[in-house]
Design a protein around this ligand. Structure first.
Ligand code: CA
Length: 230
């Protein structure tokens, strides 16, 4: 997946931490602010792909800040999801009126929240933009998690897909087994390094059926590299 930056703005510590955790588990890059002032500072540092904004904030309210942002020339395009404890239809209308892209009512399930975020990002074209990577005759369709060589779709497992996606987005560099484990499987997983070899072997076998096994190269004593040149 491309890196997606989410800015969380929530004044209640426990909820802010919960949101951050859930979003990080969903593999978003998360920054969190306690109020609009702090959020604005983070915004100017680096523009996020989406803002998850609590309605009730001290100082400038979430809905007021959303209104200002949506009028802003630089930040007006950033999708905003308003989060609120108030569930009345009137509030929803007001939230969408100021330009929020969606509206979530507390309490909500983490799964639902992530799904809503993904939907808003898709609509904003954050996932779809150039959702294809091509290299060495391999085409990855990032939106659909499909891999093709020419017209033929390869039967890869989700792990092998992620491994290929990592290689295609980081070509030409050597990665150790430990680095691949971190990047592809995630730091939190406890997996032996030889698991990497098992998946590499399987990927190569699949690629070999199309005469492309040389794309994944073994660098003795260090690890693996994906490269179009031998
Ligand atoms: Ca609040």
């Amino acid at each position: 997946m491309p890196e997606i930056n989410v800015l969380v703005v929530e004044d209640e510590d426990a909820i802010r931490e919960m949101l951050t955790m859930v979003l990080e588990q969903a593999e978003f890059l998360v920054r969190a602010a306690a109020d609009a002032q702090q959020a604005l500072e983070m915004l100017t540092e680096k523009s996020p792909d989406l803002i998850l904004l609590d309605w009730m904030l001290p100082g400038i309210s979430g809905v007021e800040w959303a209104k200002r942002l949506k009028r802003d020339e630089v930040y007006g395009e950033i999708p905003i999801i308003l989060v609120t404890a108030r569930g009345e239809e009137e509030d929803k209308v007001r939230g969408l009126d100021v330009g929020a892209d969606d509206y979530i009512t507390k309490p909500f399930s983490p799964r639902e929240m992530v799904a809503r975020i993904r939907a808003v990002l898709r609509r904003a074209g954050k996932f779809g933009k150039g959702g294809r990577i091509e290299m060495g005759g391999i085409t990855l369709d990032i939106d659909q998690h499909r891999v093709n060589i020419g017209e033929i779709e390869l039967a890869v497992s989700p792990t092998e897909y992620r491994l290929l996606e990592f290689f295609l987005t980081h070509p030409g560099k050597v990665y150790s087994r430990a680095q691949l484990l971190d990047q592809v499987w995630g730091r939190s997983t406890y997996i032996e390094e030889r698991t990497v070899d098992v998946h590499i072997r399987r990927l190569r076998k699949i690629l070999a059926e199309h005469g492309r096994e040389e794309l994944i190269q073994t660098v003795r004593g260090f690890g693996y590299r994906f490269s179009e040149s031998p």
